[in-house]
Structure formats: structure tokens, C-alpha cells
Design a protein around this ligand. Structure first.
Ligand code: SF4
Ligand code: SF4
Length: 110
């Protein structure tokens, strides 16, 4: 059976944390629980300091099963990402899309 997942093109991520807020609200998660976490990675060269925002899924991500399977809607984080850098769909198709993305991560929660 085809599995679904999330493709995150973090090159476009602004670090706004709206995905975290949307996930917590959607699931009514308590403090410390969330299906996605946005990490801030700082690196530097002799000339410049770089800050990258890299969202990653946690063990609490259920791919918004109620929304996607029951209501036929997209996951809450996908809907609320203003930068449109999170895509939901079939893992094979997302993998193909990933080949064209400069910096991206593919997640396949259970
Ligand atoms: S797919 Fe749903 S559960 Fe997973 S991180 Fe996004 S909002 Fe949270
Ligand atoms: S909502 Fe989108 S742009 Fe904002 S932190 Fe999450 S992935 Fe990045």
C-alpha cells in the first residue's frame, strides 16, 4: 500500500513557527508535545554567518490522520505555512520532487 509523508523544502523556511502552532492547536497537544519542531542551525565561513531554519517531524506527528483520512483535508502544518515549504503526499511522488529541490528533507511517519 502506498504510504504518504511530508516533504519540507527548508531552503524557503522563514522560521516563523506557524507550523508548530498549527500542529499544537490541531491536536490540542499539551506543553512540550508537538508533531513538528523548527531548529535554528548557525554556521559560518570566514566572511559570513549563516542561519538556517530546519523543521523536523517528531514522534507525535500522525500526518494529521483525522484531517487527511477522514475529512480529506491537507495537514494543518501544510495549510498554515505561508512560505509553502511543506508538501504532503505519496512518498514516491515526493521523492521525485525532492530530486529537484536544493535543500529538503523527506519524512515518512508511521
Ligand atoms: S502533519 Fe499534522 S501532525 Fe504532522 S507535523 Fe504537520 S500538523 Fe503536526
Ligand atoms: S510555517 Fe513554514 S516557514 Fe514557518 S517555520 Fe514552519 S516550515 Fe518554516
Amino acid at each position: 500500500m502506498a504510504r504518504n509523508g511530508l516533504l519540507i523544502q527548508y531552503d524557503w523556511c522563514t522560521g516563523c513557527h506557524a507550523c508548530e502552532v498549527a500542529c499544537k492547536q490541531e491536536h490540542n497537544y499539551s506543553e512540550g508535545m508537538c508533531g513538528i519542531k523548527v531548529y535554528e542551525l548557525v554556521s559560518s565561513s570566514p566572511e559570513k554567518v549563516y542561519v538556517d531554519f530546519v523543521p523536523a517531524l517528531t514522534r507525535f506527528c500522525d500526518l494529521c490522520a483525522e484531517r487527511t483520512k477522514t475529512a480529506g483535508e491537507e495537514p494543518a502544518c501544510v495549510k498554515h505555512c505561508q512560505a509553502t515549504c511543506i508538501a504532503y503526499g505519496n512518498l514516491t511522488e515526493l521523492g521525485k520532487a525532492m530530486e529537484k529541490q536544493p535543500r529538503s528533507s523527506l519524512f515518512a511517519p508511521k
